[in-house]
Design a protein around this ligand. Structure first.
Ligand SMILES: [Zn+2]
Length: 351
């Protein structure tokens, strides 16, 4: 037993010295356990190696069982806690943020308040605004960070993924220590750490047809940066029906695009542009085609910019226009886009 503990301690310290992830260290300890168990079960009772490692296979089996039970108990507790947090956040009524700004908030948002187009009035509009962000991935990360920093009072974020190692190359709101945790809670922690004056409402679940209309009732503007075509069409239809603007961004390798879909104000909807989902293989996802690390930072930040403009009512949001950014050649261009007659989603809207 002492030998086992000594080896485990050694592996743990070595892993720490080499900056190995915690999961890899536990895997090594698991391997040592399996080796000890095999020695104590497979070798004859008088084998010197078996005697040196305890000699009793049953004892090792019981220890392994206890460790597995403790691990399982922790996992179950963690899941229950996550579910409770989700349900609590979803049950809470949409908060009505008081519009007055406290002294510390006036200080915090001073650079906004100095802007002629925003001022104190605009900052109070931001505080009262409720924005839903679909997807806490590449585009959602910078959008959420800037919405929180800008003082958007209520920020909803819906995503059902957990933080994966391959996300961290571009999804800058998540940290290495959040690996394996639901993205919405990771994003919530980052936003609340950045700005305690905003309320974050995490929804750790996929966007589903039966709940999307109810969800949108609590928000004024929706941002969509998800990479799932079915979710994009679902969110588009719900925004059209609710008459709410949809700030939409998309990425492909070195190129990004952004537009504000808003048929209630004469602009096309997402389906006007893309009546049918692209054929499989025609539009590779980030996972298949790759994407430049900083590109979602550019487009996601522009999504936050468009959202702030819509809330405060200044400038010309990208309604009826699509801005395309080619990072490889450092070029941007804007193309005019218009509503498509007979669009399944927005054809019935007078805009
Ligand atoms: Zn349409």
């Amino acid at each position: 037993m002492m030998l086992f503990l000594f080896l485990c301690g050694g592996v743990w310290l070595l892993g720490r010295f080499m900056n190995a992830p915690t999961s890899a260290r536990w895997q090594m300890i698991g391997l040592i356990y399996v080796a000890f168990l095999a020695i104590n079960v497979a070798l004859p009772p008088n084998n010197p190696l078996r005697i040196a490692t305890g000699g009793d296979g049953k004892l090792w089996l019981v220890m392994g069982g206890l460790a597995a039970a403790a691990y399982g108990y922790r996992r179950v507790l963690g899941k229950i806690r996550e579910q409770a947090l989700s349900q609590e956040a979803e049950r809470a009524p949409a908060p009505a943020a008081p519009s007055a700004l406290g002294d510390s908030e006036v200080d915090r948002y001073a650079r906004h308040i100095f802007l002629r187009e925003i001022g104190g009035t605009g900052q109070r509009q931001l505080k009262q605004a409720r924005v839903l962000v679909v997807g806490a991935g590449g585009l959602g990360s910078p959008a959420l960070q800037y919405l929180a920093a800008a003082g958007v009072g209520t920020i909803g974020v819906i995503d059902h993924d957990v933080v994966d190692n391959s996300n961290l190359q571009r999804q800058v709101i998540h940290r290495d220590e959040m690996l394996g945790k639901p993205k919405v809670f990771s994003a919530q922690a980052a936003m609340e750490a950045q700005n305690p004056y905003v309320t974050v409402r995490p929804y750790n679940r996929p966007v589903a047809a039966e709940m999307v209309d109810g969800l949108l009732q609590d928000y004024d503007i929706v941002l969509d940066g998800c990479d799932d075509p079915a979710t994009r069409y679902l969110v588009n239809r719900a925004c059209v029906d609710a008459g709410k603007p949809l700030v939409s961004g998309a990425l492909s390798q070195w190129e990004g695009q952004i537009s504000v879909f808003d048929p209630a104000n004469g602009a096309p909807c997402y389906r006007c542009l893309f009546p049918e989902p692209a054929a499989p293989g025609l539009a590779p996802s980030c996972a298949e085609g790759g994407v430049l690390s900083a590109l979602p930072g550019v487009i996601g930040t522009m999504m936050a910019v468009e959202t702030i403009k819509l809330i405060v009512g200044v400038g010309a949001p990208l309604r009826g226009e699509m801005l395309i950014y080619d990072a490889l050649w450092g070029e941007t261009r804007k193309i005019a886009i218009s509503r498509r007659e007979g669009c399944v989603d927005c054809g019935h809207i007078q805009g």
